[in-house]
Each structure stands twice: as C-alpha cells, then as structure tokens.
Design a protein around this ligand. Structure first.
Ligand code: GDP
Ligand code: MG
Length: 303
C-alpha cells in the first residue's frame, strides 16, 4: 500500500467527519456568514485550535461565490493552508542510509503508545543493529510487553529488575551500546509515577546519565502523544518539553479519532518536528509524517 493510501484509509474518522460536514455546509455553493460559521464550528469540533481556525477561515473567505463547485474549492483551500502549517514540521528521525548512530529516549504519559511505537520502529528497520532497553521499571508487565516486541522484531533487549532505578538501567544499557557497536539504542521509559514532578525528575536524571557516558552519539528525546487526547496533548508538550528538551514528537492512534485536527494545532504552536504518526496497532501502522499526505487525507481529497 502506498504511503498516501495508508494515510487515507487510516485517517478515515477525521476525514469522514470533516469532509461530510464541509460538503454539506457548502452544498448551495455559497460562501457567506452562515456557511463560514458552520465551517468554523466543524473545524473546532475536529480539535483545531482557534488561532488556526481563524487562519483557515480567512483563506476560505477569499473563495469567490461565483465559483462552480464551492465545496470542493473550500476543501482544496483548507488543504493548502493546512499543508503550509504542517510542512515545517516534517523531519525524518531515522534514515536508512544514515551512518550515524543514535540514542532514542522515548517519553510520554502512560498509554500514549511509547512501547508499541518502539516495537513498530524496531520491526520496520532491518539494516541496523538495535538494542532496546526497558527502563519502564515501574510496571513489570511493561518489561514483558517490550521484550515481546524485541523478540518479534529480532532485536537485542536489555532489562533491569522491576523497580530498579531507571537511570541505572539506562546507564548499563548505554555501556552495552557503546561496547558492542550498536547503531541504535532505543530506551523505553515509564509514563506514570506518584506525580508529574517525580516523573519528569526521573527522566531528566536518566537523560543526564546517558549523555554523560555517551558524548559522541546523537541523543533524541521523543515525546509520544496519544492523538485521541485532542487538545490535551498541548498540556503534555508543555510539561515534558519544559525540562526535557524534546527533539521530536510522535502522535499515535490517529486511526481512532475524529479529532485528528489537534495535530495541526500542535504543529502551529510548537516548532518541534513531528517524525512519525501512529495509524493502528500493527507493526507497519507507523508512518513517516508527511505534511501533504496528511492535509489532503484528512479532507478526503485525492493525492
Ligand atoms: N489504534 C491504535 N492503537 C495504538 C496505537 N499506538 C498504540 N496503540 C495502543 O495503545 C495502547 C497503549 O500503548 P502502549 O504502547 O502500551 O503505551 P505506553 O504506556 O506509552 O507504552 C496499546 O493497547 C496499543 O496497542 C495506534 O497508533 N493506533
Ligand atoms: Mg509502555
């Protein structure tokens, strides 16, 4: 399946919602106060933030009512505007022909999709030597879940003991990474502790330890966000981004929500690249983020 078909199939909830409502609003081929207000409320319902909605409405206002198929023109206009917002956020995290090794630290709240995303990435990359480290020592089941993905994808796995200090597990894993010439070290972390401050402090400590014993490898801190959380994702970017210098975002579960517009709000608000989006639970349900594919898919347009 092409990348575009994948986007199109799996973003159906958002695109059905947006396109059916927009086609309906403009069925009389008119751009006026009433149809613009309808459009505004549809966009807001898809969790597109007010500042972005304002931008989009401004561009639709310029659509001439004399135009034949107004509804289609509106969809095209929206897609173009959205693509302009998303384009600067496109950034590949991993490249097949990349010669540099990398350490990827995955962070994010519980259930956002960290472990699954790590599993998908490990399954999709075949030409690199990968070590996967289980630093979510808070829940024993989390270690097994990650181990399972490592085994299925044929990659090496490192774990500490349940409740061991995650930073010390990360330390050992980084030593192994250094010694045994891996290309990638992928670190899974916990998303829940007694409170947010403790969690963030623990992650800061983990990152510091890794940085200290490995000074010549690129370290990426990747924040995984649950796309079904809609605008709540903004709060998470604020909490994690403040202390952790997040270098990349991954937004998951976009197959499961009609509120995929929240991704646009995030892209508009933060200058953090979006590397992948999650479009399902299977190993290949993770795609490079592509601005044009995303904007056209969520409006149910052709490539
Ligand atoms: N539909 C869908 N489910 C996902 C996606 N990513 C993760 N999940 C599911 O979300 C749940 C939590 O994921 P998990 O990786 O355990 O989250 P973690 O706590 O951040 O490690 C699991 O049931 C996953 O199968 C996605 O892109 N789409
Ligand atoms: Mg997990």
């Amino acid at each position: 399946m092409s990348l575009f078909s994948k986007f199109k199939n799996n973003l159906k909830k958002t695109s059905d919602f947006l396109s059916s409502n927009i086609l309906n609003s403009f069925k009389n081929n008119k751009v006026d106060q009433e149809t613009l207000e309808e459009l505004e409320s549809v966009l807001i319902s898809a969790d597109i933030s007010l500042d972005v909605v304002e931008k989009l409405l401004n561009s639709v206002r310029k659509v001439k009512s004399s135009n034949q198929d107004i509804a289609q023109t509106v969809l095209e206009t929206l897609a173009k505007e959205i693509e302009i917002i998303l384009k600067p956020r496109e950034k590949k995290l991993l490249q097949e022909n990349d010669l540099k090794s990398k350490i990827l630290i995955f962070v994010g709240v519980n259930g956002s999709g960290k472990t699954t995303t790590i599993g998908k990435i490990a399954s999709q990359i075949s030409n690199k030597k990968i070590l996967i480290a289980a630093c979510d020592t808070f829940r024993a089941a989390a270690i097994d879940q990650l181990k399972n993905w490592a085994e299925k994808s044929g990659n090496d796995f490192y774990k500490g003991d349940p409740n061991q200090d995650p930073a010390s597990v990360a330390f050992k894993a980084t030593e192994k990474f250094n010694k045994e010439n891996y290309d990638y070290l992928i670190i899974d972390t916990a998303g829940r502790l007694s409170n947010n401050t403790n969690l963030i402090n623990q992650l800061v400590k983990l990152k510091k330890v890794v940085t200290k014993i490995n000074t010549d490898t690129v370290i990426e801190t990747i924040l995984v966000l649950d796309g079904t959380n809609g605008s709540n994702m903004i709060k998470q970017v604020d909490i994690f981004g403040k202390e952790l210098d997040v270098s990349s975002l991954i937004i998951t579960k976009l197959d499961g929500t009609a509120k995929g517009g929240a991704l646009i709000s995030i892209a508009n608000k933060y200058e953090i690249p979006i590397s992948f989006i999650g479009l399902g639970e299977k190993p290949d349900d993770l795609s490079d983020f592509a601005a044009k594919n995303f904007s056209r898919s969520i409006l149910n347009l052709e490539k």
